[in-house]
Design a protein around this ligand. Structure first.
Ligand SMILES: NC(=O)c1ccc[n+]([C@@H]2O[C@H](COP(=O)([O-])OP(=O)(O)OC[C@H]3O[C@@H](n4cnc5c(N)ncnc54)[C@H](OP(=O)(O)O)[C@@H]3O)[C@@H](O)[C@H]2O)c1
Length: 276
């Protein structure tokens, strides 16, 4: 069985290739805009370039890691799904967003469109709806350890983040076991944490006090812009945080730890990794 992984040069793609190899998969192809950056079997594949779509020839299982080009993702993913169908791909695993079907996060829109395109395609598929990566907090954690402050708009909302490596292992587990396919998984960290709990953990590991600045969505967006984030990106981050205050990034299904057969990376591990 030949498995291909899109976004193979990205963080999650690299970890997914490693997780597949760790589980003994040998017939694996990395798909990327720059395949020369990959070791192992690789083919050029660009979600926006139909000339590259023959890369899907002979693929049985396609791991479609969502594109990082926010705003272009729905048409890009539709391209991939149509090309997969044309090339006889047997099964697609798609990395969606936690509770995409009911999420009010702006980021959900492109995932909902992709899930609909998969359903309409008639292709056999599995939805892995990923919660937040713990790594999303890496720079905030490092900066809080230096400055003693952390800011956000997630209020008392619990964020069930897990490490990218946890999500990658889940992708590998499902790709290699047809018995796990054809379902929708809500993937999230086992425990979750609030912004206050994150600050307390940083304080404990950095050995200094960390104050929390609880901001309204508009204030957080403005702060992110002053830190150099482009306006639209700052707006999406602030929107996600504000929705997290309402529970959008929390889930207690434990689908992720069940799939990977171990607990997800805890808050202490997320902070430890960020502090290097
Ligand atoms: N759950 C979360 O917290 C969270 C956070 C951030 C992102 N995400 C989503 O999860 C995905 C994977 O995360 P990540 O951390 O691995 O992101 P990443 O490191 O930025 O990797 C994104 C990958 O997408 C590829 N890509 C972008 N545009 C493409 C195109 N037109 N054609 C083909 N490949 C293209 C990139 O290729 P190049 O190397 O050529 O640029 C890269 O390999 C992201 O793309 C995003 O959709 C989720």
């Amino acid at each position: 069985m030949t498995i291909a992984v899109t976004g193979a040069t990205g963080h999650l793609g690299q970890l997914t290739l490693a997780a597949l190899a760790a589980r003994g998969a040998t017939d694996v192809i990395g798909l990327a805009r720059s395949p020369e950056k990959l070791t192992g079997a690789a083919r050029r594949f660009d979600y926006s370039d139909p000339d590259s779509f023959d890369a899907l020839a002979g693929i049985d299982t396609l791991i479609l890691i969502s594109s990082s080009e926010v705003g272009q993702r729905a048409p890009q993913h539709r391209n991939v799904i149509e090309a997969a169908k044309a090339h006889g791909v047997g099964h697609i695993l798609y990395t969606s967003l936690l509770h995409a079907d009911r999420s009010k996060m702006q980021l959900a829109e492109e995932h909902v469109a992709t899930e609909a395109a998969l359903a309409a395609s008639g292709l056999s598929h599995t939805l892995l709806r990923n919660g937040w990566y713990g790594e999303n907090y890496d720079s905030a954690i490092a900066s809080a350890a230096q400055s003693g402050t952390i800011a956000g708009a997630s209020g008392a909302g619990r964020i069930a983040a897990a490490a990218r490596a946890d999500y990658a292992e889940a992708l590998a587990a499902v790709a290699l076991d047809p018995g796990l396919q054809g379902k929708t998984y809500e993937l999230a960290g086992d425990a979750g944490f609030t912004l206050d709990e994150l600050a307390a953990e940083i304080a404990a590991q950095a050995g200094r006090a960390v104050e929390v600045s609880h901001l309204a969505e508009a204030e957080y967006r403005a702060l992110l812009e002053t830190m150099g984030l482009p306006g639209p990106f700052a707006a999406i981050i602030a929107d996600s945080d504000a929705q997290a205050a309402n529970g959008a990034l929390f889930d207690d299904s434990h689908d992720l730890s069940r799939l990977i057969g171990r607990p997800t990376t805890p808050l202490a591990g997320i902070v430890r990794a960020a502090l290097g």
